[in-house]
Structures are given as structure tokens and as C-alpha cells.
Design a protein around this ligand. Structure first.
Ligand code: AMP
Ligand code: FE
Ligand code: FE
Ligand code: ZN
Length: 283
């Protein structure tokens, strides 16, 4: 199979800056033949991307990146091959996004009390149809010249334990894994090197985790080795991607993480097996 693979991409349906169609076009230009859209708490971009992908020869695997909390720590669970029309999954993601809106409101209030005069309507306009996140607040703060960069907004106000931070609505990992499975998807731990709480992984495996993101833009060779070994030891699938959020969100990294074709083949096989067992057919 020719072409490169990137299984971790964001669009305007969360805190990415490119529309789903743009992401597919950029992927085709970068020589990618298989991608997955993994927006935070949204599968909204998947249908349009799949449509655009057909015309450009880019396979778009349905995906999302769900927020969960394990032992007080925010972790992200990637869903692959989910049925993006599954009613319970759709309702679950809708609730996530509604709560994100309330959270944005609380963060705007905190900022206002600190003298940072941004308005909720500005943040809502930035987020559009997407799941609202801290980057949208940071965008408004940059635009209004209250900070020089998004990074400064996070360092001064929005980062964990900074004064305007508010926690997100999150499921427990087992609840997130369960709803992903109900929607026919595979649940994979995103960027474990960024937490880093490797001690949580065995518990997640016991709760049904299917895979782990071994390759990620922020994983160095030591992390890639460590998580490859862990995947083998725990019988986990391996995934990988850049986690590109688009222009103005760090370096242009779409397609920069070289994901082997066998990662996708193994994910596909596991998804097929799960579908077979769910329908009562022998695996
Ligand atoms: P949220 O989902 O609202 O908690 O926002 C988390 C998102 O903020 C991450 O997915 C990143 O896209 C982004 N982010 C995290 N840290 C920073 C930072 N220091 N500078 C810019 N963006 C960041
Ligand atoms: Fe993000
Ligand atoms: Fe993430
Ligand atoms: Zn991501």
C-alpha cells in the first residue's frame, strides 16, 4: 500500500484551524493515503472528510478524542472506526460539548475578574460548530492583544493550575472505553508520553483498552521504544499520528509522524473481529 498515514488530526470541529475538507486536501498534498480525524469530543467532521477523501483517494477512518480523568489526571482516549451515527455515542459527545460551553463561560468569568476583558460571544464565534476548548479562549486573548501568544495565555491563565483554569466534564476511562465499544470502535490511549503516568496503563487495559498511541509528534525515541514494548507486553494495538491542529497552532506537522501500514492493518483486523463477535458471528 502506497502513501503515508496519520491517525491523529484535528479540525474546526474542535480546536483545529482547518475544516475537515481542508485537512483532507492538505493530507492528499502531503502524500497521505490514510488519515483519521480525531477531534476532541466530536465526530462532526467525519462525514464531510470521508466525502472529500473519496474524490482525492484519501481513506478517512472515523475517529474522535474523548476526555477522561484517571486518578485526577486528564487523559485522552482515541476512538477509531466508531459508528459516528451511533445514538448513544452521539448523545455522549453532545453532552461533552454542552459542558464545554458552560466551562468556557466559567473561564471567561474568571478572566474577567482578573481584568482580562474577553466576552463569551467572542469565544463562541471562534469555536463555531466545534467543541469549545481553551485554545479558543487563547485565540480571543491574542486577537485582543491581551497576550502575545496562545502559549502565554496558557502559561499565565489557562494552563493546569493557572488562575483561569476550570476542569472539563469527563467520563471515567472505563465509561469512555465502554461507549466507544458500544459504537463499534476501538479505544486507544492518546500520547501516553505526555502525562506521563505509565502506572495507569495496566488498569486501563483491565478496563478494556484496545491500543496505545506509540507514535506521536511529542514522543522521542525513548518513548516510542517504551510504548512499543508496553504494547507487546500488554497485547495492545499500536497507533500513531501527528496530533496536528493546523495553522497558528504550533509547527506544521501534518503527516510528520511516519506510521507503518501494519498499524492500520492490525487496527482493521481487531475492528473486524469486534464486529464479528458483536453480531454473534464467530470471530
Ligand atoms: P481543553 O480541551 O479545552 O482542555 O484544551 C486542551 C487543548 O489546548 C489541547 O488539546 C491543545 O490543543 C491545547 N494546548 C494545551 N497546552 C497548550 C499550550 N501551552 N499552548 C497552546 N495550546 C495548548
Ligand atoms: Fe487539542
Ligand atoms: Fe490529546
Ligand atoms: Zn489530539
Amino acid at each position: 500500500m502506497g502513501g503515508f498515514i496519520d491517525l491523529h488530526l484535528h479540525t474546526t470541529f474542535s480546536d483545529g484551524t482547518s475544516s475537515p475538507e481542508e485537512v483532507v486536501h492538505r493530507s492528499a498534498d502531503a502524500g497521505l493515503s490514510i488519515i483519521s480525524l480525531t477531534d476532541h469530543d466530536s465526530v462532526g467532521g467525519v462525514p464531510a472528510a470521508q466525502e472529500a477523501g473519496k474524490a482525492l483517494g484519501v481513506e478517512v477512518i472515523s475517529g474522535a478524542e474523548l476526555s477522561a480523568v484517571a486518578d485526577g489526571r486528564d487523559i485522552h482516549i482515541l476512538a477509531y472506526f466508531v459508528d459516528w451515527e451511533h445514538p448513544e455515542f452521539v448523545a455522549c459527545l453532545r453532552l461533552y460539548r454542552e459542558r464545554r460551553k458552560h466551562r468556557a463561560e466559567r473561564m471567561v468569568k474568571k478572566l474577567n475578574r482578573m481584568g482580562v476583558g474577553i466576552r463569551l460571544d467572542q469565544v463562541l464565534a471562534k469555536a463555531g460548530d466545534g467543541a469549545i476548548g481553551r485554545p479558543h479562549l487563547a485565540d480571543v486573548m491574542v486577537e485582543e492583544q491581551m497576550v502575545f501568544s496562545a502559549n502565554e495565555a496558557f502559561h499565565k491563565y489557562l494552563g493546569y493550575s493557572k488562575p483561569a483554569y476550570e476542569p472539563k466534564y469527563s467520563l471515567s476511562p472505563s465509561e469512555a472505553i465502554c461507549v466507544i465499544h458500544k459504537a463499534g470502535g476501538l479505544a486507544c490511549l492518546a500520547h501516553p508520553g505526555l502525562y506521563p503516568r505509565d502506572d495507569l496503563i495496566p488498569g486501563l487495559v483491565a478496563e478494556g483498552l484496545d491500543g496505545i498511541e506509540v507514535l506521536h509528534f511529542k514522543h522521542g525515541p525513548a518513548e516510542v521504544d517504551r510504548y512499543s514494548n508496553m504494547a507487546s507486553q500488554c497485547g495492545l494495538l499500536k497507533t500513531g499520528g501527528s496530533d496536528c491542529h493546523g495553522d497558528g497552532r504550533g509547527e506544521p506537522i501534518l503527516g510528520s509522524v511516519k506510521v507503518p501500514g501494519e498499524f492500520v492493518e492490525h487496527l482493521r483486523e481487531a475492528h473486524r473481529r469486534r464486529g464479528a463477535s458483536a453480531s454473534g458471528r464467530p470471530a
